[in-house]
Design a protein. Structure first.
Length: 163
């Protein structure tokens, strides 16, 4: 099972409360910023990155309004020079298309190979909006519940400050 179904099944199995907001397709952070979400929803942007050797892959979850400094991230993660992973790698490791990447994308893989990195500025948020492997829907849930989903799947998690 893949896509939205595995997301909702996992959330229900873990007893996590969530809300779904349907909207026009949002392929980029700019598209998400333009959508009329309620004021109390913090939208996350998600970057799928690889190290220079292509051996380590990172899914970085950060607040939409924060700039992504790949050089700094590489230093913090010990991954050297980081770059965006190709569409082929995105399909191989997360089985989603560009524009639908989120922490839920790890659920599409059978292995917990992708390292998930979460921006500490999201900590404590009661409503974070992320795609459920589909960029026409945003699922709103608590920060702690996002971490529960990742931990349940077995992926390594790192919470980083000063991204």
């Amino acid at each position: 099972m893949r896509g939205q179904a595995i997301v909702y099944q996992t959330l229900d199995r873990l007893g996590i409360l969530y809300e779904c907001i349907e909207h026009e397709p949002a392929y980029t952070a700019e598209d998400m910023a333009a959508l009329p979400f309620p004021d109390d929803v913090r939208i996350a942007k998600n970057l799928f990155l690889r190290d220079a050797k292509g051996k380590r892959h990172f899914l970085v979850v950060m607040a939409l309004d924060r700039p992504a400094d790949l050089r700094r991230l590489g230093e913090l993660l010990g991954g050297g020079r980081l770059s965006f992973a190709s569409a082929d790698r995105l399909n191989r490791y997360l089985r989603v298309e560009r524009g639908a990447v989120s922490p839920f994308s790890i659920l599409n893989g059978d292995q917990a190979e992708v390292e998930v990195v979460v921006d500490a500025t999201l900590a404590g948020a009661q409503r974070i909006g992320i795609h459920p492997n589909d960029n026409t829907v945003t699922v709103c849930l608590r920060y702690d519940d996002i971490l529960r989903v990742i931990a349940d799947h077995g992926n390594p998690i790192r919470i980083l400050e000063n991204l």
